[in-house]
Write a protein that binds this ligand. Structure first.
Ligand SMILES: Nc1ncnc2c1ncn2[C@@H]1O[C@H](COP(=O)(O)OP(=O)(O)OP(=O)(O)O)[C@@H](O)[C@H]1O
Length: 247
């Protein structure tokens, strides 16, 4: 069953007396462990769709389902709870807190849970991302790719089942982009679904499927290269730093 699904979703924005239909009836679903990219020209509705899938915004019509349950009618607090339990976000600009260390940044989404295991989870995630020797570095002491990996670790701290990423390789050089995409593939191997909005063709070497958005419509689905099962340059199944410590 799909972990997250949009059914016939329409999104209209009203500004200055005008109505713009940004999404015109979208059906989209992602299964656990699937890696899907959403591509399309600027203004085609990609971020709008990602925000709806991430329960950051409500559709004007249609349904968004988490684990088969329609979440469109939920109250704000119920929706926040569902979002926190199920969904992690990776933003293009990282949004790390400059005064906090890498370890503290990863702990931020779990801060109010008073969960004593959060520090251990943070260290574990950063080690998995190959940042075991950068735990106490602040963002301005890290490279772009390292910052992105801290942001990915942070998105995973509440053990989400879906990771939504907006232009995850947008600010990175190619080699660092590949490292990040390898991380995503490794995450899907833990049954987390990954949805990435992107303009970057490199992403398509790694995904199971690419969907095209054009003017608020979905075009044809294109099977990806299935990086995590076949592409030799996508070694998602290789051991990652820190994996050896895991049971
Ligand atoms: N809050 C808003 N209010 C009014 N119009 C909006 C709002 N957000 C987006 N739009 C409009 O909806 C359409 C889709 O925008 P969206 O940001 O989803 O596109 P996108 O495909 O992510 O674009 P890009 O690749 O440039 O980020 C655009 O025409 C945009 O101007």
């Amino acid at each position: 069953m799909a972990v997250i699904e949009a059914r016939n979703v329409v999104k209209r924005y009203r500004t200055g007396g005008e109505t713009l239909e940004a999404l015109e009836g979208i059906d989209f679903a992602v299964e656990p462990g699937e890696f899907v990219s959403i591509m399309g020209p600027s203004g085609s509705g990609k971020t709008t769709l990602l925000n709806l899938l991430g329960l950051l915004d409500d559709p004007s019509e249609g349904e968004v389902r988490l684990d088969g349950e329609d979440v469109t009618g939920l109250s704000d607090s119920e929706r926040t709870r569902s979002r926190k339990r199920t969904i992690g976000f990776v933003f293009q600009d990282f949004y790390l807190v400059p005064t906090l260390t890498a370890k503290e940044n990863v702990e931020v989404p779990a801060l109010f849970d008073h969960d004593p295991s959060v520090e251990e989870r943070s260290v574990d995630l950063l080690e998995r991302m190959g940042l075991g020797d950068r735990l106490d570095h602040k963002p301005d002491e890290l490279s772009g790719g390292q910052k992105q990996r801290v942001a990915i670790a942070r998105s995973l701290v509440n053990e989400p089942r879906v990771l939504l990423a907006d232009e995850p390789t947008g600010n990175l050089d190619r080699e660092t982009g590949r490292t990040i995409l390898d991380e995503f593939v490794a995450i899907t191997e833990r049954d987390v679904a990954v949805v990435a909005v992107t303009h970057d063709e490199l992403v398509n070497e790694y995904v199971d499927e690419t969907v095209e958005l054009v003017d608020g419509h979905l075009g044809e689905d294109v099977p990806g290269d299935g990086g995590h099962s076949s592409a030799p340059e996508a070694p998602g199944s290789e051991p990652r730093p820190g994996d050896g410590d895991r049971p």
